[in-house]
Design a protein around this ligand. Sequence first.
Ligand SMILES: *Cc1c(COP(=O)(O)O)cnc(C)c1O
Length: 387
Amino acid sequence: MISQDNFVPFARPDITEAEIKAVVDTMRSGWLTTGPNAGAFEEEFASFLGEGIQAVAVNSATAGLHLAVEALGIGPGDEVLVPTWTFTSTAEVLRYVGARPVFVDVEPDTLAIDLDAAGRAVTSRTKAIMPVHFAGLPIPRRRIAQFARLHGLYVIEDAAHSFPVLDEARMVGDSNSEAVVFSFYATKTITTGEGGMLVTRNPDLARRARIMRLHGISRDVFDRYRSTKPSWHYEVVAPGFKYNLTDTAAALGRVQLSRAKDMAAARQQIAKRYSSEFAGLALTLPVGAREPGGHAWHIYAIRLTDESAVSRDQFIERVAAAGVGTSVHFIPLHLHPYWRDTFGLRAEDFPVATDAFARAVSLPIFSAMTDREVDRVIDTVRQVVGA
Ligand SMILES: *Cc1c(COP(=O)(O)O)cnc(C)c1O
């Protein structure tokens, strides 16, 4: 029998008394919505990444991606290159503005967007590329920048999996791309429950995103109560959205940010153990970091090879029966009914992602995981794949 006690969940948030205290203090402060904590979170996040970066706190990464697309003026008739190997958010924000996602297959080893395939998909209507840092492995920043320059495209990086990550001695987020967006969803590497951060070096983009995240109002709520203008005065300059981050969430995020390196180190240890213990099994293991700290290890995705004793679905069933939770990242977008039917997508046009999907399983990897839980996962995977 599997009880709560011996079930290893796929993910569990890493919340300490410090996060609980920060949230409670905020609740006692009398200021719950966007305010001093959100402002401080933005500043601390931006300076964590590097110099000259602006951070715009939002209530999800999806909101951040939408604001980036909107601020760049992408709209009806425009096309944007998106890897099929991603979560639906990356593409859905293009539908919000009436643009067309153009789906692209991925590289077999990293499962990042395939730039040769992307090059073949470019047309005169292509405006941007949205590469995804899958699992927390950085996209090849120089090749992406070169590709974008060659075709005259904006780059919006989906870095929902990628905090904190070093890439060629810079943080992911410290980039010349137009925007980089992080997620603080409950399962992500740092969390605010729901939340996200849009970062950019472009002050115009940051300004537009700040206005559009709060109803198209020209000043943030908090500033309104501190400015010298009468406190009731504000101006609506566009039909904006309701994407601001609450101060309770930001208070949680600030503590998570202060612990981000330690939590990343814990995930890195788990990934290292998995990769050494699984060597020699009938599995394709994920590509590791190219430099120390060069992988967020938000996801540890294995792929079953033809030599495996079980199919992917059997694997998931059997490890679940042994009390280990798993997930699949991703069901590629071209296989989902909405994207498939709206854009007439065919599985055979995305051979790498289609094959990877049939084999992929994500194992538990989270900073609050105990050694016993890690051992359980290792023993279970060995038994099931080897069986
Ligand atoms: C989680 C995720 C998102 C969306 O993040 P939210 O904060 O939940 O909106 C976007 N892209 C990828 C690749 C993700 O994994």
